[in-house]
Structure formats: structure tokens, C-alpha cells
Design a protein around this ligand. Sequence first.
Ligand code: ZN
Length: 318
Amino acid sequence: MKRVVMLTALIAAGAASYVVAQQGGQKPMVVEVQKLKDNLFVLTGGGGNTTVFVQSNGITVVDTKNPGWGAPILAKIQELSPKPITTIINTHSHGDHVSGNVEFPATVDVVVQENTAANMKEMMSPPGMGKPGANKPTIFEQNQGKGLPKRTFKDRMTLFKGPDEVELHYFGRGHTNGDAWVLFPAARVVATGDIVPGKRVPIVDSNNGGSGMEYGDSVAKAHSRFTKVADTFVTGHALTMTGAELIEYATFMREFAEAASAAKKAGTSVEAHAKSYAIPAKFKDYTPAQEPGVRSATQAIYDELDAIKPTGTRPTGR
Ligand SMILES: [Zn+2]
């Protein structure tokens, strides 16, 4: 009997180390907790930020990290509260924000923007990231559809009531064509997802409908909607921002697009512009611009400008 238990333990340990190895390193899967309010937390590590909102009768989770990180998130949430997880909101379709969905109970209600629901069926990587075909079968197909959204919204949706309320918003294309912004009104906190990744040049994922030309405007719309109702913005991959930092990010992306448009007009190649681009000094504490991120965002903008029809109408994305 003892031997059986030992053997089971060994197999379990083996399985755990396999999962760790799958993450591309020997690092243990550590989820760290940042407390924003008594009932609102940010879990870091393992991909994009995860926001956890403990409500009267359950828990809402925003984003679920890379493959294999659902279980570590669940374990960490259980340390924070014994309440059941009722709802997952995914801010967009990228694998480092949605993959943990498949490890949550099948009863959890998954809610996303409608374009993100379409993108989650394909799980395309951004241009230049991920091998062609590596998205198929998707993590959801491998799990018989578990973790896919059953509810979607277009521009706005309200979940729950009173102190439990959660508001979902979509303000237009940016990182993808389905970037959801999640407001927790009682806490005056917004989870932004990767449309605000942190103070740096973002990924403009044209494979999932992202837009470099519309990016800054979408962020500015969010700022004007939230400026009176939120003080703290949980970014996709860095820590939090203030409202002032959010509108600064909108300006940063508008100017990034203007610089790329001007370069294109002047006949500068994508490569040459990306090489010469540096983040203007007025944007303090920004991560220095790096290849291939700048090239990829610049390429997206050049392609969008090429796609503008002679009548001046812009494509609206897929
Ligand atoms: Zn992303």
C-alpha cells in the first residue's frame, strides 16, 4: 500500500516537473499577489496580469495566463477566498491571457468582446510570433471546447449589481479588434488588458484585427470614459497606471502612428524607420524601443495606410 502511495507521488512529481519544463525553463510556477483593495487583487507571473475580484457570492477573474497556469492561479485564489469562481473575463484572445481557462471548472461563465470570441476559435499569433500552424489544434480544441466563451458583448455589458458590479467596455481597435476594458466601479479600478501593456511600444496584432492608426484614439476614448470613475488601471503586463499615465499612453500611440505615417510619406522603408525610431524624451520611464517590436508595429501602420481606399475610407478590420 505504501509503495503505491509512493509511486503515485513520484508520478505526480514527474507530471509537475513536465509542466514546468513545458514553460520553457526550470523556473517554478510562482504566482505573486498584489493587493489593490481588500477584495481586489492582481496575480502576476506566467503571462499577462490576472485580476481577481472577490464578490458577495463568488469571484470574477480577468485573464488566465499561459498554458498550465490555470491550476496555480486557482490555488492562489483559494488562499485569498473560499468563494467559488463564477466568471472569467478575457481581455483579448492571446495565449498568455486565455490558456488557463481550460483548467477552470466547466461551470465558469466565460465572457469576452464578440471579436475576441471569433479570434479564440482560431488562436492566431501576432505577425512574426509563433510558428505557422502552431495555433492548430487550439488549446480549446484540445479540450473539447472547454473554456471558450458562451457570452459576448459588442460595446458595453454590465455584470452583477451594487458593490459586485463589473462593467465591460470596448472602445475600438488597438492591440487587437476585441480589446475589452473591465471596470470595477466600487473599487475605482480598471483592468486594461494588453491595449495598455505598460510604458512601451505595444504589439499591434494585425492577425487579430489590431490597428496602429486607431490605437491612440481607442485609449483616449477609454480615458475619457473612465477619468471620473477610476483611479487605477491594471495594465496587461506591467503594474498599475494612473489616469494621467493612461492619457499619456494615448498621446504616445497617436504620436507613434503620426511618426510612422510621416516616414511612409517620405518614402522611408519600414526597416529604416524602425531602426531610427526612438521614444521621445518627454515620455519618461518608457522602456527603450526595441526590434522587432517597433518594426512590427510600424509594418502594421504602413499596411493600414496602404489599405486606405482612394475614397479615404479605412478598412474596419475583420
Ligand atoms: Zn496580447
